[in-house]
Design a protein around this ligand. Structure first.
Ligand code: F0G
Length: 458
């Protein structure tokens, strides 16, 4: 890496004013939200690190593209622009736009999974696993053990443990495994990348057995950045070419364009298989909309097409991940326990290490997220036992090894001074960590409970 700073390759043309709140206002707001940061009003939030999903700032070029929306019901010009960009940048044969990532996951799961099937993957993602289960499949985690250890410095904690996968194949038979679900920069592991070496090994292994590889390519540009920085032989390759190499090793992908692609809404499903594509493009009209808009306005598809190309620019990704690393290094310097190496889309605080006196069943990450909001109006997200949910068969809580608070950084939105304020707030909460108490869940919804659950302080 060069010795120069990661400064932004853009300047600011328009600003959005924020409300500054008092400690009293924040205390009231978080109590009314049942100590769940998802239930806060955005107006009451100062720096919003809930997610990097749909929260990025679009460029002037993207906004100009919005004006070129062709809002025809069928065959919009913007669809063909998007299709051209997806083929050029990612190389997949067929494209089906969807309203966002989970729309693509639904269609994919329905066309690929039969009742009783097994879906191995490099750690679960909430909506992805739920759609696999709703389609009658069972998810199995085959990520390497290091991914579950917040202190392991393994450079590719998103790698798949082929021995674990082989065990599943021996136990259930390859016919029961329609595909391996491979995520780029594994969200729940802390934004950790998969290496091209591992993906090539996986391809060789699955080819022998006729098992497909479907990518969750939601944060693929960030994954490519880590390959460029850490994997031998890629230092001189640009992001676009590494992204293309990843895609070329797989059979299709689901994509939430709300992350990498710098848009506020959108996603897609891609498939190389003609027959599966035909089935999927028939199903999309049931759930999303016609196969040339899939729940999106023409203008959304145009902004996505432009955003995809911007996302693969080396200067963009260098600054994007550079900002995350800047914040992470500040927290490490204050002694705050975070997942390392620092991930691509955010900083993940290890709530078990931060609050060792709070048992996992008392939701330490949930409690910590509420505390950080009260301290400074910085909104973060629980990624621990609440997000993990319950085992569909036994009804028991999953107790994930990782109990994390995620500080997700939107792309091109906040400044270095914001990063400093965030770090100062976490630091002050850390200094009084012994006073922080656990939580009790007082309302639990059936699906994806973390979105709407309510808590009270013990
Ligand atoms: N896959 C990954 C890895 C994701 O992070 C997300 C969304 C999805 C699929 C689903 O996409 O939201 O467009 O339907 N993650 C968001 C987050 C919600 O905050 O991490 P979606």
């Amino acid at each position: 890496m060069s010795s120069r700073s990661w400064a932004e390759p853009y300047k600011i043309k328009m600003v959005e004013l924020l409300k500054m709140t008092t400690p009293k206002q924040r205390k009231k707001a978080i109590e009314e939200a049942g100590f769940n940061t998802f239930l806060l009003k955005s107006e009451d939030v100062y720096i919003d690190l809930l997610t990097d999903s749909g929260t990025s700032a679009m460029s002037d070029r993207q906004w100009a593209g919005m004006m070129l929306g062709d809002e025809a019901y069928a065959g919009s010009r913007n669809f063909y622009n998007l299709e051209r960009v997806v083929k050029k940048c990612y190389g997949y044969k067929h494209l089906i736009p969807t309203h966002q990532g989970r729309g693509a996951e639904n269609i994919l799961s329905q066309v690929m999974i039969k009742k009783g099937d097994i879906i191995p993957g490099n750690m679960y993602f909430t909506t992805t696993r739920l759609h696999q289960e709703l389609a009658g499949g069972t998810f199995y985690d085959v990520i390497i053990d290091e991914a579950h250890d917040s202190t392991s410095l393994h450079p590719f904690k998103g790698d798949i443990d082929i021995a674990k996968l082989d065990k599943l194949v021996k136990k259930f038979g390859a016919k029961k495994i329609p595909y391996v679900c491979v995520a780029t920069t594994v969200n729940m592991a802390g934004g950790q990348p998969i290496s091209l070496k591992n993906l090539k090994e996986l391809r060789a292994y699955t080819n022998k057995l006729g098992i497909k590889i479907i990518l969750d390519m939601t944060r693929i540009a960030e994954n490519a950045y880590f390959i460029q920085q850490r994997e031998k032989g890629y230092a001189n390759k640009n992001i676009a070419s590494i992204v293309r190499q990843i895609c070329d090793l797989t059979d299709g992908a689901t994509f939430s364009a709300k992350k990498d692609a710098l848009v506020n809404i959108g996603g897609f499903l891609t498939l190389n298989d003609d027959k599966k594509f035909e089935e999927a493009s028939n199903l999309v009209v049931v759930y999303e909309g016609l196969h040339t808009y899939g729940g999106l306005a023409g203008r959304d598809m145009e902004a996505m097409a432009i955003g995809i190309e911007e996302s693969l620019n080396d200067d963009h990704i260098n600054a994007r991940v550079g900002q995350v690393i800047y914040l992470g290094n500040k927290l490490i310097a204050s002694g705050v326990p975070i997942v390392q190496p620092i991930g691509g889309h955010g900083i993940f605080i290890d709530a078990k290490l931060f609050l060792p006196h709070v048992k996992q069943i008392n939701f330490p990450a949930q409690a910590l997220a509420a505390e950080i909001f009260e301290d400074s109006g910085v909104r973060t997200m629980e990624r621990g036992i609440v997000s993990a949910g319950r085992n569909a068969k036994t009804g028991d809580h999953y107790f994930p090894k990782l109990e994390l608070v995620r500080l997700t950084i939107p792309r091109r939105v906040y400044t270095q001074a914001h990063m400093d304020v965030i770090s100062e707030s976490i630091d002050s909460v850390y200094k009084r960590r012994n006073e922080i108490k656990g939580m009790e869940m007082i309302y639990e919804p059936t699906y994806l409970r973390f979105f709407q659950a309510r808590f009270k302080r013990l």
